[in-house]
Design a binder for this molecule. Structure first.
Ligand SMILES: C[S@@+](CC[C@H](N)C(=O)[O-])C[C@H]1O[C@@H](n2cnc3c(N)ncnc32)[C@H](O)[C@@H]1O
Length: 285
């Protein structure tokens, strides 16, 4: 049983489990936040800066770090190469964890791996963390605010929470441009799924109309798994809620990101922001 005991939260967890069981390899080989060199370099730089802050603020020999919903280790593979970090990756998908384990095999690095639902791990965590990272994760959690509050309770004094690659609430032309960007991605990388996706959409409309439950193969697990991708996250409200949990905002950046240069350019020309990244730090009690 997950720590957050709500039917909807559990339903989204289950959709994530099914979705990544079906698509783990595809995720690893096509997802922009994993394969785009510029995005990777930006993530590496952010992580190095944050680990630098950790080392400035504290006098410990080793800092404990959690890659929460770490998947195939986009973040953990970078952290395990940095000195004086004791890294844990937690994810509920065994398929993605297996990819991570293959990536670090034979590299002479150490990482604890926990195959568990994140709110459960945070509520049972045996230690306080100096840094907890959520990369492309919040929008997969129905109640991301409750999960971040659990994470805040697991932070050591002066510890950090870093979140990246989550959508804000898209305004004006951003929604249309992001849809076109996604459609292009689907056509180029998942072309075999285009006809099944259309079938699923028609099936969904028909079942909605007849008020029946959709058959399992008509469900779009990806759409359910990325629960907040369409409506986006209210990042300002989230920051306010976290500041009430004794966290200070070190940075809150809104960014313009698309999978393809042309759509990113269009977004920039229209002055649209699409994503946000947050760095929060725990004040000592
Ligand atoms: C878009 S992937 C991001 C993976 C990785 N952090 C990255 O940056 O590539 C979302 C991840 O969240 C995990 N996930 C979703 N809901 C979860 C939950 N409730 N508990 C643990 N992991 C979860 C999925 O299994 C998946 O690995």
């Amino acid at each position: 049983m997950n720590k957050i005991e709500s039917e909807q939260y559990n339903k989204i967890c289950e959709a994530n489990l099914i979705f990544y069981k079906q698509t783990a390899d595809q995720y690893e080989s096509t997802e922009t936040c994993l394969v785009d060199k510029k995005v990777q370099a930006g993530l590496q730089k952010d992580l190095e800066n944050i680990v630098g802050f950790l080392r400035q603020n504290k006098t410990k020999d080793v800092y404990t770090v959690l890659d929460a919903c770490g998947g195939s280790g986009n973040v953990a593979t970078k952290l395990v190469r940095m000195k004086n970090l004791n890294v844990t990756l937690c994810d509920q998908s065994q398929e993605l964890i297996n990819i991570f384990l293959k990536k670090i095999a034979g590299q002479n690095v150490i990482c604890q791996v926990v195959n568990t639902e994140i709110s459960t791990h945070l509520s049972l965590a045996p230690q306080k963390y100096d840094l907890i990272v959520f990369s492309s994760a919040l929008h997969h959690l129905e109640n991301y605010e409750a999960v971040l509050k659990l994470a805040a309770d697991c932070l050591a004094d002066h510890g950090f929470i870093f979140t990246a690659f989550d959508p804000i609430q898209w305004k004006g032309p951003a929604r249309l441009i992001m849809r076109l960007d996604y459609l292009t991605f689907k056509l180029l990388h998942h072309s075999k799924d285009v006809i099944p996706a259309v079938r699923r959409k028609i099936g969904q409309c028909l079942t909605k109309f007849s008020k029946r439950l959709p058959a399992k193969d008509q469900v779009n697990w990806g759409e359910i798994a990325e629960y907040h991708v369409d409506k986006g996250i209210n990042d300002f409200e989230l920051v306010r809620a976290m500041e009430q949990k004794l966290l200070t905002t070190v940075w809150h950046r809104r960014e313009t990101k698309a999978r393809y240069f042309i759509f990113e350019l269009l977004l920039k020309c229209c002055g649209c922001k699409t994503n946000f990244t947050l760095l929060l730090q725990k004040k000592p009690c």
